[in-house]
Structure formats: C-alpha cells, structure tokens
Design a binder for this molecule. Structure first.
Ligand code: PMP
Length: 364
C-alpha cells in the first residue's frame, strides 16, 4: 500500500487531514447544519419538469455565465432592501467553490488569508489548496470579535484576503456591520463576509449587503445549502462589485455550473417563499435548545444561525460519544469544552434534549 507521504505532494499539504464531518447512519443527524424539512411538493413537481426540460439540451454546454440564474439570485438578494444587480452576482457549486474561486483570484502563492478562528474550517483548508498562507485572527473568550484589536491585527499582518463569517460557524456569533466596515478600512485586500447562515439571523442583525455600495473589495458569500434546504443541489453565490465577478471569471473552469444545476436552482428560487417558510420554525427550535440548556447545567453561545454551540463539558469528545450512543450525532468542532448541534425539527430537538438530559450530568 502506498501512503500519501510517499507521493510528491505539495509540502504545504503534507500532514493535513481532509474536511471530514462524519456521515454516519444515525437516527438524528444534527452535525452538518442542514435543513431537515422536506422540500415543498409544488417545488418537487416543478423540479422534475425543469430538469426534464434542461435534459433535452444536455448535448450542449450550459450557459457559461449562468445569466438567468444570476438574475434570479440578484432578485432574491434585493428582497432584503439593498438593490443587487445581476452583474454583481456570481454562482458556483456550493459557496465552497465560490470561496475557492475567490482565493484563486485574490490569494495564491506568496499571498496570505486571515480569518477569525474558531470559524469555518474550510477557510484554511481552501487557502492551503490554493497555496495561500493562513493566519489565525483573534477573538475574545466569548467568541465575539473586538473590532479595534482585529483591525490592528489586520494592519499588522496585511493579508490579501480577510474572512469574516457572520453568523459565524461554529459559534453562531453575528458580526456587527461597523466591525466589518472597520476591517475593510484596515486592509487593501479583499474582505469576504461568509453569510452562509444569514437567513437565520435574529431580527436586528443586518446583512453585509448593505455595505457593498462604495466598497469594491467587499464580497458577500451566500448559499442555498442551509435556509433553502438544498444542500444536495450544491449552489453557492456571491454579491460584490461587478469587477469582483470579472476577477473570478479569470479562474473559474469553463461551464463549471451544469445546466441541471442551473435549472434546479432557478426552479427552487421560484419557490423562495415556500422554501424559506421553514426558517422561522428552525429558529424556534434553536431558541428552544438555548432555553433548555441551563436546566441541564449547560450553557450556549448566543446564536444567529441554525445551530447552537453548547457546553461546557469536562471532555467534549466523551460527551459527543455518549450522545452518539443515544443515536444523536452532533459535531465536535475541536473547541475544548464545547459541541455544536444543528437545530431542525421539533422531533429532533426532543431527541437531542432527551439524550442530553441523560448524558449531561456525567460529562459537565
Ligand atoms: N460557509 C460556511 C460558514 C459554512 O458553514 C458552510 C457549510 N458548512 C459553507 C460555507 C459551505 O456551504 P456550501 O458549499 O454547501 O454552500
């Protein structure tokens, strides 16, 4: 058996582990922040028709620039009150691919990305994959970002790409627009606000879309994997100055977004209201989890997302295993004392809280 170490692998990839949320057959899978609600029946019917129609043209390459889809995405983003034009939008196979294209365009050899950890584990992994050096940005003990300290760190490190995840994964922490604006002023690089969970934010937590006018180096990244409940579709997108869209087109593979993906995404966007109808229900379950923790002797980090970072445990990996033995799969994100649970259906919350009630006392 050949081991990876025997291959002429790029040195910066040596010793690394791939992204690996366990995909286990467990009754309650609450570890990857998916939306468990079934897709609306009307959408499923339209999807069949849309895919059938697109299939007639599968001998041809898809629209390389996904013009119609980008117009639909721009219309969706504009619903929030900030006008976003189709030329400001770019789409790819999941926001992971959007982030990769951004790093290919603005990071790369000899360049540096900085993100405020703990945050989404793929940011450093995609950085490594694109040859971009990575620097951990600092957070406070409570996982919030100290704007002045963060801006000072950015001025010192001078990264080419700054990641701000808001709401942050895995902590659920939203970042104030003033903080993002301050970070933008502190850098000549590109500021990527990863808003994968934006739709779950509590009221009063605005999107960074509002900051786009006059800030050509600011990028807001979104996904249909979470609130839209379409993780299997693989559709992520960004909003930014049209010049940023020109830049990612230099690195994207031709025809990267299949005609089936484009057709399915457009069909889904036509059912935006029905799809997002589950968001409030998920937020209710999130808040239910948060409210139930103190009675179990546990606490949580304030969350604007569809998940909750909860603790503190004496040994989080042991608590993770104990929950798994009760058929509940949560995420050990590697933060000592804490675990992350996805909020989903009321039945999932019931199962989670029941299991937690049985294991909490032994693991606090
Ligand atoms: N950003 C964040 C913060 C995430 O948590 C995730 C999914 N876990 C992604 C981006 C990527 O999502 P996708 O590629 O499915 O759009």
């Amino acid at each position: 058996m050949t081991s990876i170490d025997q291959l002429p692998l790029r040195p910066e990839l040596r010793g690394r582990t791939p992204y690996g949320a366990p995909q286990l057959q467990v009754a309650h899978r609450l570890n990857t922040n998916e939306n468990p609600h079934p897709l609306p029946a009307e959408l499923l019917a339209d999807l069949g028709a849309a895919l059938g129609h697109a299939a007639l043209q599968l001998n041809r390459y898809p629209d390389r620039d996904a013009v119609a889809l980008r117009a639909d995405l721009a219309a969706y983003l504009s619903r929030g009150g900030e006008r976003v034009a189709p030329a400001q939008v770019w789409a790819a196979n999941g926001s992971n691919e959007v982030l990769q294209q951004l790093l290919q365009a603005f990071g790369g050899a000899g360049r540096t990305a900085l993100g405020f950890t703990p945050s989404y584990s793929m940011h450093p992994i995609i950085s490594a994959g694109t040859g971009t050096a990575w620097v951990d940005g600092h957070r406070r003990e409570d996982f919030t970002i100290d704007a002045a300290a963060a801006a000072a760190q950015v001025r010192e490190v001078r990264p080419d790409v700054v990641f701000v995840t808001s709401p942050n994964n895995p902590t659920g922490t939203a970042v104030a627009l003033e903080t993002i604006a301050e970070l933008y002023e502190a850098t000549d690089g590109v500021v990527v606000v990863d808003e994968a969970y934006a739709e779950f934010a509590r009221t009063g937590t605005p999107s960074a879309l509002r900051l786009l006018p006059g800030r050509p180096r600011l990028v807001v990244s979104r996904t249909m994997s979470k609130a839209f409940g379409m993780a299997g579709l693989r559709l992520g997108y960004l909003a930014a100055d049209p010049a940023v869209v020109d830049a990612v087109q230099l690195v994207r593979l031709p025809y990267h977004l299949s005609s089936l993906t484009q057709a399915a995404a457009r069909a889904a966007l036509a059912h935006t209201d029905a799809l997002l109808a589950t968001v409030d229900a998920v937020k209710e379950q999130r808040d239910r989890i948060v409210a139930a923790l103190p009675a179990l002797g546990l606490t949580s980090v304030p969350s604007d997302a569809n998940f909750v970072l909860f603790g503190r445990f004496a040994d989080a990996p042991a608590a993770w295993k104990a929950l798994l033995e009760h058929d509940v799969l949560v995420r050990d994100v590697g933060i000592p004392g804490w675990l992350r649970v996805t909020a989903g259906t009321p039945a999932e919350t019931d199962a989670f809280l029941t299991a937690l009630g049985e294991v909490a006392a032994d693991h606090r």
